[in-house]
Design a protein around this ligand. Structure first.
Ligand code: DX5
Ligand code: ZN
Length: 231
């Protein structure tokens, strides 16, 4: 289908079933059994593995990093969607690409050289994503939209899984989707934090098309049904 010919807006496009992608955040999995958890994610037909990197500086938590990415990458065919919650991401982008990242997302609040970070992601063969915290205005990403593959709108304060969705972040998803439509781009808009069957409609209606979920997927009795319910 020629989407442009149908005059669909971004939010409508996001509603076309197979346009919605699910990224499973392994921060919420049983890390002692990472390989079998990755197998569960494959079987449930999630689209990406979301890999949260925290440095204890940009956020008040420390998670996992390069060696874990490399080990996990060897155990699954799924693409890795790496979310860097670290200061000065420019120092590590090339290494994360080398260890298996397919998409690298860094935070606008974490670097003074956003353009340089986007270039580094691409130069190292990855898609480039730019993320904003709940309190950062949508307009912060506007000037970079044409160079970006994805914008990640955080729907909780970054740092921990299992938090409640912040409804006021929805407005920013809409603003970014509108701007991207105005520019004629096919931008991916990802949301991360508190995503479940209760909150997914709101983010999709506002134009998000990649949904990250940790707790909701890994605590579900049936992960396949949980993935389906988000789509
Ligand atoms: C939080 C992380 C998220 C987290 C999401 O800073 O970026 O990816 O794992 O977890 P849930 O889905 O449990 O909110
Ligand atoms: Zn994340």
């Amino acid at each position: 289908m020629n989407i442009k010919a149908c005059n669909l807006k971004g939010s409508d496009i996001a509603m076309i079933n197979d346009k919605i992608k699910i990224s499973a955040s392994i921060l919420g999995c049983d890390l002692a059994n990472l390989e079998s958890e990755l197998r569960r994610v494959e079987k449930a037909k999630a689209d990406y593995v979301h890999f949260d990197v925290m440095d204890g500086v940009f956020v008040d938590n420390i998670s996992f990093g390069l060696p874990v990415l490399k080990a996990a990458k060897a155990k699954t065919y799924l693409p890795f969607d790496v979310h860097l919650m670290i200061t000065d991401p420019e120092n590590y982008i090339a290494e994360f690409a080398r260890c298996g990242a397919d998409i690298i997302t860094f935070h606008s609040e974490a670097t003074s050289d956003i353009k340089g970070c986007i270039d580094l992601c691409k130069k190292n063969g990855c898609k480039a994503g730019l993320s904003i915290k709940p309190s950062t205005p949508a307009s912060e990403v506007f000037q970079y939209l044409e160079q970006l593959d994805m914008v990640l709108v955080m729907t909780v304060e970054p740092g921990f899984g299992g938090q409640g969705f912040l409804p006021y972040t929805s407005k920013k998803i809409k603003e970014i989707r509108q701007k991207s439509d105005e520019l004629g781009l096919s931008l991916d808009i990802q949301v991360d934090g508190g995503i479940s069957d209760k909150t997914c409609n709101e983010v999709k209606e506002n134009g998000a098309n990649i949904l990250v979920a940790g707790t909701y997927l890994f605590k579900a009795d049936d992960m396949s049904r949980a993935v389906e319910s988000l789509k």
